[in-house]
Design a protein around this ligand. Structure first.
Ligand SMILES: [Zn+2]
Length: 87
């Protein structure tokens, strides 16, 4: 995946997690908790990946969430019909 900041260099995965910790600390675990808010409302079946740009001058860190196409399609259809569940 290309870096969204410099749009030139590829990124590498530096960590990968499935579940959010119950008591997240600042840093990576905090971001997993944030990721869980993005998709846990629909399914617990997602994986968060912490990525870093391979370009040393850039070094941008960002995170992606991986879910199945079926889950994404169903979730977006559900959200379009019923709105997002914000509980
Ligand atoms: Zn970059």
């Amino acid at each position: 995946m290309k870096c969204p900041k410099c749009c030139l260099s590829k990124s590498k995965v530096v960590d990968s997690r499935i579940n959010a910790p119950k008591r997240p600390k600042m840093g990576w675990q905090y971001w997993v908790k944030k990721a869980s808010k993005s998709f846990d409302w629909y399914t617990p079946d997602w994986r968060a990946r912490r990525r870093v740009c391979k370009d040393e001058g850039c070094g941008h860190r960002f995170m992606t969430i991986e879910i199945t196409v079926d889950d994404l399609t169903d979730a977006l259809t559900d959200a379009a019909q019923n709105g997002f569940n914000e509980t």
